[in-house]
Design a protein around this ligand. Structure first.
Ligand code: AMP
Length: 144
């Protein structure tokens, strides 16, 4: 399965946040959208970074409640690992495991075209395995 197959199912919507937004507005956004991370972008298309609930927790541990007044820019990760629609889901799963992050933006020509979370990876891998099991069962039952 390719990343493009995942995006075809889930769509290309990516929640973005301005680098100058406060962590307070970010947590509202994450809660409202029921997501764990947002792509940081100054223009709604270019990838400037990524910020997840983990970054918020780290900032809270360091600065206490005052962290909520900090900007996304101060707290986000700027060195972002990205993938392309033509990449294989299996490879992306390995990248997430090795990098210890659960979100990967999908970028084409410098523009964010989607985001894949660990939940999407698990869902995709499960349907791959189910299809494989069905094919093997069919093969065995047909006397193959
Ligand atoms: P997550 O597991 O996605 O909540 O992120 C854990 C940590 O990795 C946080 O510090 C994120 O900012 C960072 N992070 C998330 N996704 C990526 C990515 N694709 N590339 C680099 N860092 C990331």
């Amino acid at each position: 399965m390719l990343i493009s197959d995942i995006l075809r199912n889930k769509g290309s919507h990516v929640t973005m946040v301005d680098p100058d937004a406060t962590l307070e507005s970010l947590v509202t956004l994450l809660a409202e959208q029921r997501i764990g991370a947002a792509v940081v972008s100054h223009d709604g298309a270019t990838l400037d970074g990524i910020i997840s609930e983990r970054d918020v927790v780290r900032a809270l541990a360091e600065f206490g409640v005052a962290a909520l007044s900090r900007t996304v820019h101060e707290v986000c990760t700027e060195n972002v690992t990205v993938a392309a629609p033509s990449d294989r889901l299996e490879d992306l799963a390995a990248v997430m495991t090795e990098g210890r992050f659960r979100h990967v933006p999908i970028v084409v020509d410098g523009q964010v075209q989607g985001i894949v979370s660990i939940g999407d990876v698990v869902k995709g891998r499960m349907s791959e395995l189910e299809a494989e099991t069905e094919a093997l069962t069919g093969y065995i039952n047909s006397g193959g």
